[in-house]
Structures are given as C-alpha cells and as structure tokens.
Ligand binder design. Structure first.
Ligand code: AHR
Length: 636
C-alpha cells in the first residue's frame, strides 16, 4: 500500500531536474547530430586526404583562404579527354541520402590560372557495386572567379542510399582550386544551414529536457592540453574553425577509430542555440587546466595553478559570449553569428571527472574570478571519476569548502548497484552543494549493451532522485548518442545509422520522468513505512509529485521483481469536496529483460497509456512484474 501524503507539499522540483548530457563520443557530433555529410571537408586531417580518394591530377596545397585551415586541393586537366581528374568522399561510414530530398553541396573555389570559367560535376554514386556505379544525383557548377568564392548547388538523389559516395569531377580542361567541400541535407533541424540532423535533434526536443550539458565529459579535457575542447576555436565562420583530435579516437573497449576528429562545425554557438530550441538551460563545461585522466608528471597534461589565467579568462569570456551586450567583444561575436539576444546562461561547469588535490586547487581560482565578475552564475564542481570511492570522499568536502553550487557525480554501475541505491540521497547533507547526477547509466554485469532490465533499474533508481529533489537539482543519463558502426561506449540513449535512429528504453525512461516531473515532491509511505527506496521493499520503488500546471498528482512505481504485486494508492489528506478524476496510467514493460528497441524494430518497447479511474481518493490495481508505471490523476 502506498499512501501519498497530500496535505503538505514537499520540495520544489527544479525545472532543470531531468536533462541531457551531450558528448562527441560514438560519432555523436561529426557523423551524428551535426548534419555535415563530408568527412575531412577542409583537408586538415593529419593525413590530409583521409576520407578522400583522388584520381587524375589532384595536388594538395597549403596557402588557402582560411588561416586555421590552410589546405586545399588543385584539380588540373589530366591531358586527354578520356581521362578524368577528381575526388571522392566516403562520408562517415558512407553518406546517407534519401530519394526526393534536397542536399546542399557547397564549396569554396577559385581559378588559379588561365580561363575565366571552368566547370566541376558533382555526383552521388553508390560505391562497390560495379553494376551500379552510375550517378543517382548529378549537377554542374561553373566556377567563374580568380578569387576564392563560395559556390553551391542543390542535389536531388533519385535513390535512397545509406552508404553512397560524393564524387567531384573536373568537367572542363583548365585548373580549379577547391576548399571546404560540404554537403548538408536542406531539411535540417529548424532549417539552419550549418544545421543538425533533424531526427536526432527532434529526439532531444521530444524529451522536454530541462538542462543541456555540453560539450561532454572527457572531450572537455582532451588526452592532452592541446587537444582539449577549446570553445573559442568553435565560434565564428565554420570554414575557419580548426580541426581538433577527438579524445575518443583512441582504443577503447577494443575499438579504434583513427579518423575520428572534431571539425568544430557544431560549436558553442550551435550548442547554445540548440539548448534554446529544445527548451533547456545551457550548461557548458570547461577545462580546469587538467587533461583527461591526467598524470602528475606529464607537463602536457596540466597547467600550473599560477599559469591558469588564460583558462580562467576563457570562462569569463564564455559568460560574455553567452550573456554579454552586443557591444562587448564576445557578445558581438554571438550577435554577428545571428543571435543578438543573450542566451541567458545560468550555470557553468569547471572540470570534468578530475581527482586529487590538483582539482580543487585549480577550481578555486576559477571560482574566485567567476564569483567576482558574475555572482549570478552557478558553478558546478566534480566529485571525481568514482561516485563512492576515495576521490568522492575527498572531493565532496572540498566542494563544500569551496562552496560549489552543485557537484557533478558520475556512476556507470551494474544492476546490483542501481538496486541498492534508491536511498542514495536520503541522507545527503542538506546544507552543502546540490547534486548534479551528471553521467549515469546502468551497465548490466556482463551485458554491456542496451537492454530492458538495465533501463528498468534506472527508472527504479530515479525514484530516489525525485524524492530527494530538494537536493538533487539535475540528472542526465550518459552517453546520449551512438552510431551503430562507430561506437566506443555502450549502452547509449539514442542509436542511429546514416538514415535512421532509434530511441532506447532508457530514452523512454528519461522521457517519462521529464514529462511527468511535476512541480513539488509529495511525501509517501509504503506499507506504513517511509519509502526509502532500499532494496527489500519487495522490489518496489516509488515516488510521488504534485504538478501545479495540470493540477494533478503523479505517482511513479517500479516493480523490479518477477512477481505481479497488488498496489493500492491512497491520497491522504485531500479535502472532502476534492476528488481525483481523469486518471491515466503509462506503462513501460517487457517480458524479455535482455531486449531493447532496434533500428529495425524501434517500437518494440514503448510506453503504453491507458485510462484508469480512482474511487474517491484511492486507486487499487496490480503492477505486473518488471514494470515501470506512471499514474496520473487530475484533482478536481
Ligand atoms: O560518458 C563517457 C565518459 O565517461 C565521459 O567522457 C567521462 O566523463 C566519463 O568517464
């Protein structure tokens, strides 16, 4: 029996409570959310023609128009009309295009010598099947200037292909220089030209996330300081954003992606804009001057505390970029990019999963400078890589000493941990910083892939986050995205290939919480005892909230056991004339704990809603085994 004590509402639930954590891992950005289809578009990968095949007379040059991306290619007549000069791009695991849709091809070009006009032909071809090496999209572009100029043309494929190739031919007898070769679907999220893949951005929007953390975890810090995520390089014209090595191109879980780089095409402006468009508070995280998994002795891995000034200035400038007037240096950069209004930044994270005294001693000067210049900004510190071990024990008191506003905790743990942690926050010190559960996911023991039971246990654990919403102010599952051919880490929330995407059961768990987060916690008891979330209440986990906007009580119950269980909800303390009407029950369940949604069967396990009715102030039902149920009753 669950008794929901409606008489006195509990803590307010923060609008930021359930959000998203974005990281460019698993090809989450280039090759994923960022809709660019050309890999190595500026010829700046260390092997400059990585991702490209050339034929005929193609030479690489390095005095191009974009200072930070100086390389480009020169295409020259091969000497005979039957020969060809050109190049092909392989895209990210191929280039996915849909029949009938429009794709914007653009390129910077010039005529270095000779004629006043030359031509290139642009084609989409299906590779590796000789019979079908014909083009299924083809257009010509006339290049007519000796100065560098941007040209573009729309391609309309007649076939749907998930792994096509982009081919560019010299189609006249002269010489042409090409730089920043790009191909985007015209139909991006909100139609932005330097845009995002629509299905993936839509999936983010559909969660109604309260907060959006970017640009990631380890990505923030890089394998060394030079390859940390440097936000200043990610704003301004895309053609001049330099390439960065992706921290996840190294071997992890036996997977190695030597061609995993960051174009910075989706940079901080795009992240802020996306946050705004999906209705989230933006939460950027910056390097604290320590590389990811830093080693004390390695000078490339940490900045001396006395040399942190430029890093601290980056944080202050970021706040100006987000919120400053258009007359300020960085506010003007934002305005010139198309957003004169401020982004209204409220939070900033400093450092990701750092540890040891090296972290707080670096965080401290950041905090001093930010507090002084921007007391309105909330600062998020970290509890280290382990949510319970030595670093956690050491860093939490340090975060209290420094008066961080929130502390970012990370936990990728097995089923047993999630089952035992429903009461995790019940006894946290209410006087210290608030909690940001910034990266978590249930990693099934021996089953490191997405499956229903792991998601169910996440739902169970989240009842504890919700009951403790006075101290837990943000929670974000991680990682967010994974390309089915390019992942380094799993489970993940949303999987995709070049054309399709699938929302995992963990996605639906997050969505059910975010859509039903309510505005206030409501205390509840289970069989006359306070709900603690401790393992042992017959595998049942529960939380309850009041939602002021819809005037309803929402009760979340998770039955992690293998038995169906009788369930009675009593809403104690309601006034005599008040009744509960219009009830709904939304359930997420599966008889196969190892199953999840797939690209071929994306709807295998999705929430199912039915109408239910309460009798007065009570509702009796039964909850099936392995079920996450959300009961919602409007009070009239
Ligand atoms: O989410 C994957 C990684 O896990 C993050 O980059 C890092 O913060 C954590 O170790």
């Amino acid at each position: 029996e669950l008794v929901i004590q409606t008489k006195k509402l509990g803590a307010e639930i923060q609008p930021t409570m359930y959000g998203l954590f974005f990281e460019d891992i698993n090809y989450g950005a280039d090759g994923g959310l960022y809709a660019e289809l050309v890999k190595n578009r500026s010829f700046e990968f260390p092997q400059n023609l990585m991702g490209w095949k050339t034929f005929g007379h193609v030479t690489l040059k390095d005095d191009g128009p974009f200072e930070r991306n100086p390389h480009y290619v020169r295409l020259a007549y091969p000497g005979h009309d039957h020969k060809r000069t050109g190049l092909e791009n392989e895209g990210f695991f191929g280039i996915g295009v849909k029949a009938g849709e429009e794709y914007r091809f653009s390129v910077w070009a010039r005529l270095p010598e000779g004629a006043s006009s030359e031509k290139i032909r642009i084609e989409m071809v299906k590779p590796n099947t000789n019979a079908e090496r014909h083009a299924f999209a083809s257009e010509e572009l006339t290049i007519d200037s000796k100065e560098w100029k941007k040209y573009q043309v729309i391609l309309k494929p007649t076939q749907t292909e998930d792994k096509s190739t982009l081919r560019i031919f010299l189609a006249s007898k002269g010489t042409i220089d090409l730089e920043h070769v790009s191909l985007f679907p015209v139909d991006t999220w909100k139609g932005h030209e330097n845009g995002l893949r629509k299905d993936l951005a839509q999936a983010l929007y559909d969660i109604k996330p309260g907060v959006f953390r970017f640009p990631g975890g380890c990505i923030v810090e890089g394998t060394d300081l030079n390859t940390r995520y440097d936000w200043k390089k990610t704003v301004g014209p895309v053609e001049n954003r330099p390439l960065n090595e992706n921290r996840w191109h190294y071997t992890f879980q036996h997977r190695f992606f030597p061609d995993y780089y960051q174009s910075y095409g989706m940079g901080f402006y795009e992240f802020f804009l996306l946050s705004e468009e999906i209705g989230s508070e933006p939460l950027p995280v910056l390097s604290c001057g320590l590389a990811c998994q830093f080693q004390n002795s390695d000078p490339h891995a940490h900045v001396a505390v006395c040399d942190l000034d430029s890093y601290i200035q980056d944080a202050l400038d970021l706040i100006e970029f987000a919120n400053g007037a258009v007359t300020t240096k960085w506010g003007k950069v934002r305005a010139d990019m198309g957003h004169p209004a401020p982004f209204n930044l409220k939070f900033i994270g400093i450092g990701n999963e750092q540890w040891g005294s090296e972290y707080p001693e670096r965080l401290e000067p950041f905090m001093k400078a930010i507090r002084k210049a921007h007391p309105e900004i909330k600062i998020i510190g970290s509890s280290g890589p382990d949510s319970e071990g030595k670093q956690f024990e050491y860093l939490w008191p340090e975060m209290k000493r420094l008066k961080a506003d929130l502390v970012d905790e990370h936990f990728y743990r097995p089923e047993s941990w999630f089952l035992s942690q429903g009461a995790r926050y019940d006894n946290y010190d209410r006087k210290g910083p608030k909690v940001f559960a910034g990266e978590y996911a249930c990693h099934g023991k021996g089953k490191k892939w997405n499956h229903f039971n792991a998601s169910l246990l996440e739902a169970a654990f989240m009842t504890g986050l919700e009951r403790n919403a006075d101290i837990v102010h943000m929670a974000t599952y991680a990682p967010l995205f994974a390309h089915v051919e390019g992942w380094q880490w799993r489970p993940d929330m949303i999987w995709f290939d070049n054309l399709k995407s699938v929302r995992s059961v963990s996605y639906y768990v997050q969505q059910l919480y975010a859509h039903n987060k309510g505005t206030n916690v409501v205390p509840l008891t289970m069989n006359n005892k306070p709900v603690t979330g401790a393992e042992g209440q017959k595998g049942l986990f529960a939380s309850a909230v009041w939602d002021k906007d819809s005037q309803s009580y929402i009760v979340k119950v998770v039955n992690t056991s293998d038995e169906a269980q009788p369930l009675s909800l009593t809403f104690a303390g309601m006034k005599k004339k008040e009744v509960l009407s219009k009830g709904v029950c939304i359930k997420l369940q599966s008889t196969d704990p190892d199953k999840d949604n797939t690209l071929d069967n994306p709807q295998a396990i999705v929430p199912v809603q039915t109408e239910v009715s309460a009798m007065g102030n009570a509702f009796d039902t039964q909850i099936e085994p392995k079920t996450f149920a959300v009961y919602k009753f409007v009070k009239t």
